[in-house]
Design a protein around this ligand. Structure first.
Ligand code: FAD
Length: 310
């Protein structure tokens, strides 16, 4: 069995594997797609000490760093089930979709998350060409330009407030007849001079010129009329879905499906830790996920030195 088995190969999982392996303990990492979400992005400008890199480059660097150590790297392996140890200090089992089963004294869950998409024409075509899901990552790219934020929940309204300080104009698009964000955020949003709020509005298409976004069409649900706004960016903020469906019933999940952890990365199950976007950690960023991976690995090591091998 592994001393530490990491499930997920994004920044959180890579950091966890490196920190575990550096303790000289048997470390494995199983990932559906090594590199994780960073593979889907182009410019990354906020990974501290790296002023600029690109997703595929950072993904390769994560893998290369893990391979400097004696880590059993199992790529293209999807975990299907977690079976907590039957006894205290027993082995945790991770069943893979391939049918194989891995046993470990401690497990670190770092399966990340995915952005919910609008599923409208143009959205995929213009992804990273104006369509984005991360205001913290991409806001500065739209300095002085016009953008839309899709979604009037807390994340959409926070994004609109944040962006209003950077861009020329923000159009906030909400499907419902009211915003769902906290009242204090709504008040702040309404006080901003360069924000237009559209309620009861369904986004129908992202428009572009072949290489970048040029606008958005939407239907006013009260009149059924279709309109177009000219703009350069679309921030989709309609939910971040943690990749934790396979964990239901084994570890405690929040109402949003995030793995509940404490500040040491401990989950509700003994010997099982978690890190990164799949957890209740408040912000979802590469540098935060990597830090959380290190925390989880050190906590797993701490757990190991306090318990005897089964
Ligand atoms: P992820 O990167 O999501 O990695 C999850 C890993 O788990 C993957 O290897 C995945 O294949 C694997 N996995 C999932 N389910 C299973 C399963 N059942 N079994 C086995 N493996 C599984 N952040 C920034 O800080 N700066 C940016 O500029 C930036 N830009 C972004 C641009 C885009 C388009 C996107 C989508 C995100 C961006 N982010 C950015 C956010 C950043 O990518 C994430 O916060 C970060 O990757 C989270 O790391 P993670 O390790 O927690 O999860």
């Amino acid at each position: 069995p592994f001393d530490v088995l990491v499930v997920g190969g994004g920044p959180a999982g890579a950091a966890a594997a490196i920190y575990a392996a550096r303790k000289g303990i048997r470390t494995g990492i199983a990932a559906e797609r090594f590199g994780g979400q960073v593979l889907d992005t182009m410019a990354i400008e906020n990974y501290i000490s790296v002023p600029y890199t690109e997703g595929p480059k950072l993904g390769a660097a994560l893998e290369n760093h893990v391979r400097q150590y004696d880590v059993d790297l199992m790529n293209t392996q999807r975990a299907a089930k977690l079976v907590p140890a039957a006894t205290e200090n027993g082995l945790v089992e991770v069943e893979l979709e391939s049918g194989a089963s891995l046993l470990a004294r401690t497990v670190i869950l770092s399966t990340g998350a995915r952005w919910r998409s609008m599923n409208v024409p143009g959205e995929t075509e213009y992804r990273n060409k104006g369509v984005t899901y991360c205001p913290h990552c991409d806001g500065p790219l739209f300095k002085g330009k016009r953008v839309a934020v899709i979604g009037g929940g807390n994340s959409g309204v926070e994004a609109a407030i944040d962006l209003a300080g950077i861009v020329a104009h923000v159009t906030l698009v909400e499907f419902d007849s009211a915003l769902r964000a906290d009242e204090v955020l709504q008040r702040k949003l309404r006080s901003l001079p360069n924000v237009t709020i559209l309620l009861s509005t369904l986004t129908t298409e992202v428009l572009g010129d072949g290489s970048k976004v040029t606008g958005l069409t939407y239907t006013d649900r009260t009149t059924d009329e279709s309109h177009t706004v000219d703009l350069e960016g679309v921030f989709v903020q309609i939910g971040l879905l943690p990749n934790t469906e396979w964990l239901a019933g084994s570890v405690d999940l929040s109402p949003r499906g995030e793995i509940v952890i404490d500040d040491r990365g401990q989950t509700s199950v003994s010997g099982v830790f978690a890190a990164g976007d799949c957890t209740t950690v408040p912000f979802k960023q590469i540098v935060i996920a990597a830090g959380a991976g290190a925390t989880a690995a050190l906590s797993a090591f701490d757990h190991l030195i306090r318990t005897s091998a089964p």
